[in-house]
Design a protein around this ligand. Sequence first.
Ligand code: PEP
Length: 255
Amino acid sequence: MKGLAAANLKMNLTGQQTLSLVKNYIKLIKKTKQDVVVCPSYTALPLVAPVIKKSRLQLGAQDVFYEQKGAFTGEISTDMLKELGCRFSIVGHSERRNYLKETDELVNLKVKWALKAGITPILCIGEDAYSRDGGESFSFVEKQLKACIAGVEKKNIHKVALAYEPIWALSTTANRRDITSREITQMHNYIRKILKDVYDVMAAAQVRILYGGSVNEQNISEILKAENVDGVLVGAASLDARKFARIVAAFDARK
Ligand code: PEP
């Protein structure tokens, strides 16, 4: 299975700033064999789309709505994203769950809608420090994952990319903590087992499980020692083209 490295640029760059970052990505990732996706702000999508056309880079959005058209002020549809060449969209990011109170039910609608439209949802799940310290991280992730993929048929689950992003390890979390490759292995193996229980071994094996949480050019080789890491979702380090390219290169170098 090909690796997937996705850059979540969040609300950090203007269109022009995104463009210059992306041009540097393109130069640095020319030889990669992985899927590499950049998820800029909506306003940058039409600028980036023509520039990446002949490159290894693919386009993703940071969110998507679960209706095609109508009175949904401020939202964006799958048709609008597809018109710009977006093939991926992050859904259920912890920042949206936190600041915008997105629920598992809402995220589930987005996952199903994206799949129907042919957009790969990069579905974010992960517990906060409170759950982790209370020994509830596995039950939390299980409940969240099952709720977010409810109703997704076995034949479609391989089209979902799952991103395990423990909130306590994100670079933007106050008093954040480092995760160990053992902890990543434990959770990613558990996620694979949940998928096996809900679907079957074959279907579970085809789902890409990404890790996200302060991934950078220095810790990537340690992270890649963990089991069941099929990709990464990168925040802060993706704002530096060299750092992001080194992360991508680490996947290419993996045996
Ligand atoms: C994220 O918030 O999706 C993320 C991966 O951020 P960071 O890499 O900065 O922890």
